[in-house]
Design a protein around this ligand. Structure first.
Ligand code: ADP
Ligand code: MG
Length: 211
């Protein structure tokens, strides 16, 4: 019987997380694995409803309210989607997870990492991914990708100022540096196929070829 694994993809806006999550899920399915592809905030009807609140530009959530909403959405997502899938032995590929809260609400804003992790303990039994791919790409490339994807305007968080996103990016790098057992830095420049190839290669070496 194969054991499920929990894989998250992290990084800033437009770096290619959703594209790569989809490609990774397809590749794993092609190997005969049962794969759940999911995303945050979201992944359950309740958490998707919270996502809409979080991203809506008509609201002006402060960092604490934002952190609580993310934690509530994640709690529902873990309890009703992720944990049951892992219990069934499935592989879970998640587009953003706890590290986004740590990078955005603690790194971009100024909550403490401990506070975010406490909410994660209360909400989600402190569940951590087995492997986290942190995607990073050059700023110019990303600006072009986002202009194409978000031609009708960015969401409430994506639309925050450049210095906020710079702090988020720095915190992601710091988190990866502090936990090299779990994080793999992925060069997300170049075409989607090339990035996918890097992720598949890194996954094989993280989990062992048979894994
Ligand atoms: N490697 C790539 N090269 C060029 N464009 C890309 C690449 N990966 C994704 N895109 C495009 O860039 C935009 C952002 O990608 P997306 O996967 O939505 O990023 P994220 O989920 O990290 O915000 C999308 O329009 C997507 O089709
Ligand atoms: Mg995305």
């Amino acid at each position: 019987m194969s054991m499920g694994r929990f894989i998250s993809l992290e990084g800033g806006e437009g770096v290619g997380k959703s594209t790569q999550a989809q490609m990774l899920a397809e590749t794993l399915r092609g190997r005969g694995l049962d794969v759940l592809l999911t995303r945050e905030p979201g992944g359950t009807p309740g958490a998707e409803a919270i996502r809409a609140l979080l991203l809506d530009t008509q609201f002006d959530w402060d960092a604490s309210a934002e952190a609580l909403l993310f934690a509530a959405a994640r709690s529902d997502h873990v309890a009703n989607t992720i944990a049951p899938a892992l219990d069934r032995g499935e592989w879970v590929v998640c587009d953003r997870f706890i590290d986004s809260s740590r990078a955005y609400q603690a790194g971009g804003d100024d909550l403490s990492d401990d506070a975010i992790l406490s909410l994660h303990t209360i909400g989600s039994m402190a569940l951590m991914p087995d492997v986290t791919f942190l995607l990073h790409a050059d700023g110019d490339d990303i600006a072009a990708r986002l202009a194409q994807r978000d031609s009708d305007g960015s969401d409430r968080i994506g639309g925050k100022p450049a210095d906020y996103h710079a702090r988020v990016a720095q915190r992601f790098r710091d988190l990866a540096g502090s936990d090299p057992e779990r994080f793999v830095l992925i060069d997300a420049n170049g075409p989607p196929d090339a990035v996918h190839e890097r992720i598949v290669r890194a996954l094989a070496s993280m989990l062992g070829e048979g894994g």
